[in-house]
Design a protein around this ligand. Structure first.
Ligand SMILES: Cc1cc2nc3c(=O)[nH]c(=O)nc-3n(C[C@H](O)[C@H](O)[C@H](O)COP(=O)(O)OP(=O)(O)OC[C@H]3O[C@@H](n4cnc5c(N)ncnc54)[C@H](O)[C@@H]3O)c2cc1C
Length: 473
C-alpha cells in the first residue's frame, strides 16, 4: 500500500512512524509545505549556544499517551538527551497566578488546600463540598467555565480554570468545551455519577488499568515512574526530537518532500480514489491519505470536492499567539516556579510567562517566554501588530509584574498565526461528524492531529498512532 501524509508536524511524523512498522506498507511520502519539519515544534539556537523555544517546551510523562511518547524517545535513541524534572522541583510544585497586582502561589498540597490563599476567597479544598451538594446537569457538552462553576464553584472557575485554559490553549474557558478539553474525564464523571466526588467514591475500588498502560513500558517509562518525573524536555530543545525523528524516518525509506504545499484534492466520482494536487500542479496518487494539516487548511482542500465536509472542518476555530522570548544576563529574579498565568479579568496584556531557565538552566542567563493574545489577540493588538510592538508590551508587563529593571540581552518575537485549535462547545460532535462523513463517502483518508484529538505533544502523537491503527481495523 502507498500512503501520502499531508504535513510534517508531530502528527505527520507519528503517522509515518507507525505506518513504517506495517508489513503491508510499500511507500510513504510526507508532503510538508514549509522548508522545515516539526510544525509548531520550533527551537532557535544562537551562535553562543543559547536556545529559545517558540512552541512546546515541556512534555508530560504520565498516562498512556505520555508513556507512548517516552517509548518513542527511547526507540529514536534520544533517551540520553532527556532532561527530566522531578518533584519537588519548583517548576512542578510552584504554579503562580497574577491577580489583583500580586503573584499568588496555587495550593500544591493538602495543607495549603485547607487554607484560604489569595486570589481564592475560600480554601480550595471546600470546592469538594460544593461538588457533593451541587445537582448534576445532564447534557452532551457545556462550557468549561459553566461546568467548573457548577461543580467546584465560581471562585475556582475564575481564578484557576480561566487562567489554565489561557495557558494550555490560549482560549476562553467561557467558550471551550468541558467534554473535549482536559477536563473531559471530570465532565464524564458528572454525566455518569452526578458529580466528581460521587464518581470517585463509587469507582475507587474498581479502578481498571488501561490496556495500553500495562502493555508498553520501556526502560524510559520505568525511569520516569520511579523518579517521579513531572515534565521533561530534551538537550538543545524539543526540536531535537522532530529533527532526529525526520532523519530516522528518511533512513527507514520514508520520502520527505519539504517546500511542498498541497493546494487541492480531486477524486473519482465515487470518491474512492484521491489525487493530491500540489501548488506547482504536480499530482500524487495513493491508496490512503493522512491529513495532519490544520482543519482550516483541510477545509480549503474540500471546497469543491465536498463543501459539506469543508464547512464542518471550518467550524473548528483557531487563534493567533505571540511568543516573546526574553534573555537577561545573570539572575534577574529570585522566584523559582514554572511561571505564572493571568486570569482574563485582569487588566494585563499577556496570557502568562514561563520561567524557562528555572527548569532548564542555560549558563548564567535568565530566559522567560511570554505568551500573548490567543482568543484576545485582535482585540488587544489589532490585525497586524509589529513584532517589535509585541516585544515592548511583553517586556513592560514583565517589568511591572516581576519588578525587573535589567535590560534584556535578546528579545525574539514570533507571531504564530492560527496556531492553536479551539475546542469550543460541541467540538467532539464536529470531529465525529467530519470522520463520519469521510467514512460514509468512502474517502480513503484520515484526519489526524491537534485540530481533532487533543492539543498537547502526547495527544498529537497518539492521534497519529490511533488513526493509523483505525485504517486497519
Ligand atoms: C506556542 C505553542 C506552545 C505550545 N506548548 C506546548 C507545550 O508546552 N506542551 C505540549 O504538549 N504542547 C504544546 N503545544 C502544542 C503542540 O506543540 C502542538 O499541538 C503540536 O505541535 C501540533 O502538531 P500537528 O502535527 O498537529 O500540527 P502542526 O504542528 O501545525 O503541523 C502541521 C504541518 O502541516 C504543514 N502544512 C500546513 N498546510 C499544508 C499544506 N497545504 N500542504 C502541506 N503541508 C502543510 C505545516 O507547515 C506544518 O508543518 C504548543 C503549541 C504552540 C503553538
Amino acid at each position: 500500500m502507498s500512503y501520502v501524509v499531508a504535513g510534517g508536524g508531530l502528527g505527520g511524523l507519528a503517522v509515518a512512524h507507525y505506518l513504517a512498522k506495517l508489513p503491508t506498507t510499500r511507500k510513504i511520502l510526507i508532503l510538508e509545505a514549509s522548508s522545515r519539519m516539526g510544525g509548531w515544534v520550533q527551537t532557535s539556537t544562537m551562535n553562543d549556544g543559547v536556545y529559545f523555544e517558540h512552541g512546546p517546551r515541556t512534555v508530560r510523562p504520565v498516562g498512556p499517551a505520555g508513556h507512548n511518547t517516552l517509548n518513542l524517545i527511547q526507540e529514536l535513541g534520544l533517551d540520553q538527551d532527556v532532561l527530566p524534572i522531578s518533584r519537588p522541583h519548583p517548576i512542578i510544585t510552584k504554579r503562580l497566578i497574577y491577580a489583583d497586582g500580586t503573584l499568588c502561589e496555587l495550593p500544591s498540597n493538602l495543607t495549603s488546600a485547607l487554607r484560604t490563599l489569595p486570589p481564592f476567597k475560600r480554601p480550595i479544598a471546600t470546592c469538594l463540598w460544593n461538588d457533593i451538594r451541587a445537582p448534576a446537569k445532564i447534557c452532551e457538552d457545556d462550557t468549561l467555565f459553566e461546568f467548573v462553576s457548577r461543580r467546584l464553584g465560581a471562585d475556582i472557575a475564575q481564578n484557576l480554570i480561566d487562567p489554565m485554559t489561557r495557558g494550555i490553549c490560549a482560549g476562553d474557558a467561557r467558550q471551550i468545551s468541558a467534554a473535549a478539553f482536559v477536563a473531559g474525564p471530570l465532565f464524564r464523571m458528572e454525566q455518569e455519577s452526578g458529580g466528581i466526588v460521587k464518581h470517585l467514591l463509587k469507582n475507587s475500588f474498581f479502578q481498571e488499568k488501561s490496556v495500553l498502560e500495562e502493555s508498553e513500558e520501556s526502560d524510559l517509562v520505568q525511569r520516569a515512574k520511579s523518579e517521579k518525573w513531572g515534565v521533561w524536555s530534551l538537550k538543545g530543545g524539543l526540536e531535537t526530537f522532530t529533527q532526529k525523528w525526520s532523519q530516522v524516518l528518511e533512513k527507514q525509506g520514508v520520502e520527505i518532500r519539504r517546500d511542498s504545499k498541497i493546494s487541492d484534492l480531486r477524486s473519482n466520482k465515487k470518491g474512492e480514489e484521491l489525487q493530491v494536487i500540489m501548488e506547482n500542479d504536480e499530482v500524487f496518487e495513493c491508496d490512503h491519505l493522512f491529513l495532519t494539516i490544520p482543519a482550516f487548511v483541510s477545509s480549503r482542500l474540500f471546497d469543491k470536492l465536498d463543501p459539506n465536509l469543508s464547512n464542518i472542518l471550518n467550524n473548528i476555530p483557531f487563534v493567533d499567539v505571540g511568543v516573546v522570548n526574553l534573555e537577561f544576563e545573570g539572575r534577574v529574579t529570585d522566584i523559582e516556579a514554572f511561571g505564572f498565568l493571568v486570569p482574563s479579568n485582569q487588566p494585563v496584556r499577556i496570557l502568562g510567562t514561563t520561567f524557562d531557565t528555572c527548569a532548564f538552566p542555560q549558563g548564567n542567563k535568565t530566559i522567560f517566554t511570554v505568551m500573548m493574545g490567543g482568543k484576545w489577540f485582535q482585540e488587544l493588538f489589532g490585525e497586524n501588530p509589529s513584532p517589535d510592538s509585541l516585544g515592548e508590551i511583553a517586556l513592560s508587563e514583565l517589568r511591572h509584574i516581576m519588578n525587573i529593571q535589567e535590560q534584556p540581552n535578546r528579545v525574539m518575537v514570533k507571531i504564530h498565526r492560527k496556531c492553536i485549535a479551539q475546542y469550543i462547545v460541541g467540538h467532539k460532535q464536529q470531529v465525529q461528524l467530519a470522520r463520519e462523513r469521510v467514512r460514509s463517502h468512502g474517502y480513503p483518508l484520515s484526519l489526524v492531529g491537534s485540530s481533532y484529538d487533543g492539543a498537547g505533544v502526547n495527544d498529537v502523537i497518539m492521534s497519529g498512532k490511533q488513526q493509523v491503527l483505525a485504517v486497519f481495523e
